[in-house]
Design a protein around this ligand. Sequence first.
Ligand SMILES: Cc1ncc(COP(=O)(O)O)c(C=O)c1O
Length: 350
Amino acid sequence: MVHVRPSLIELQSYVPGHKAPGAVVLASNECPFGLLPGVAARLGELTGGLSRYPDMGARRLLDALAARHGVSPDRIAVGAGSSEVCGQLLHTVAGPGGEVVFGWRSFEAYPILTTVAGGAVVQVPLRGHVQDLEAMAAAVTGRTRLVFVCNPNNPTSTSVGESALRAFVDRVPEHVLVVVDEAYHEYADPAAVPDALALFGDRPNVVVLRTFSKAYALAGLRVGYCVGAPGIIAQVRKTQTPFSVSGLAQEAAVAALQEHEEVARRVALTVGERDRVTHDLRALGYDPPPSQANFVWLPLGRDSAAFAGHCLGNGVIVRAFPGEGVRVTIGLPEENTAFLALAATWSTRL
Ligand SMILES: Cc1ncc(COP(=O)(O)O)c(C=O)c1O
């Protein structure tokens, strides 16, 4: 028998959101509006180059991101989605036995990627659906290598504010890498949710993670990146699977960055719909926490799986975390209305 690492045998695989032909899919926090027009046009021009390897240094993308964020390109590392970049960060600092702290529940990939990297998972319970930064800081030990702060948090949609985040980063020792995962940054109210890049751009132990999968509508092409100090970024780049970001993905991301007006228009639509869905759910007797993302969280506890089954049986796919809650992505207005109708028929059981 081939020797397999025991920690992998026990590890639960990542569970992707379901897809089904003809169903309304509100299970993966995707953008419902399809490709940005400029991205679709650029992709059509590019297929001729696919027999060659892409630019491993992603130079055009790094330059475009550097210009967007007002930093030098040596502060940015890219990967095949921010999931790959999470893994790269863990491989860079965690290693065997290194402790990795994060709130729980949070992004499902954190424990999986930590275990794959050989690190030890340290989960700190949320408080009222929000990451408890004080408890997370208290969980940091001499063995801690990395802390994830998911802001806004997936799947609970809540955020931590500037003063709490500042106090947290001040408290974490400098040898520990703080990764602020801002996958849903574009959907958050800037008055309530800090931009960690602006706050901590000069800190050598803070890295900010962003993705093209959500507001930029590129989940299928897999591009994410992190921004941090050049010293750590140089090491993170070494951990990337060679050529993991395809040429199509790189060029699509460059084109997407040029469409900030269309991105802002779509984000505003989604935020308006999110607020409508939240309001209507509350009127029906549900208790979603205030969302800063493109999804809402229904803390339905032991009814979660049954609620998701009720939706699925009526053609709407939502994401259940059995025993905890249900995450519902904000879709097109008519999709959200279809979901609300199902929430209304279920609400008699609340
Ligand atoms: C908090 C968070 N981080 C990172 C990701 C990874 O996204 P991607 O790998 O598509 O960039 C997700 C995806 O759902 C997420 O919710």
